[in-house]
Design a protein around this ligand. Sequence first.
Ligand SMILES: [Zn+2]
Length: 135
Amino acid sequence: MSQEEQSYPLTKPFWDGAHAGSLMIPQCQACHKWQWPVKYRCTRCGGVLRWTAATGRGTLLSWSEVLRAPRPELKALLPYVVVFVALEEGVRIMARLAQQEHLNLAMGQPVRCSFQTMQAEFGSIELPVFSIVEG
Ligand SMILES: [Zn+2]
């Protein structure tokens, strides 16, 4: 087990899914509500959560251009855009926009999740990114 896995056991299924190209989100086994951010139990009914593959499809709610990197490994990406997305599953998630171009973004645009490999201090990691779905 790597140092990273020991540090974040709650989110390990998310990172395992990302490594396999799948956006994993916890879903309640009792009421089927999707849960994000990650919790230990369902916030609606207290039911047990199971990591489940989401579609990766959603719509753009908002975005912001980042001009100053919060971590050294993000400096090479500057400037980049962080998007706030409503997934089809009913949860909202923040991630980076895959494209550098962001001048034509609009609320409600359809987006799709994919993953990009990034080098971090503990090794490489796959991060979710969203792309605008054209047409
Ligand atoms: Zn529930």
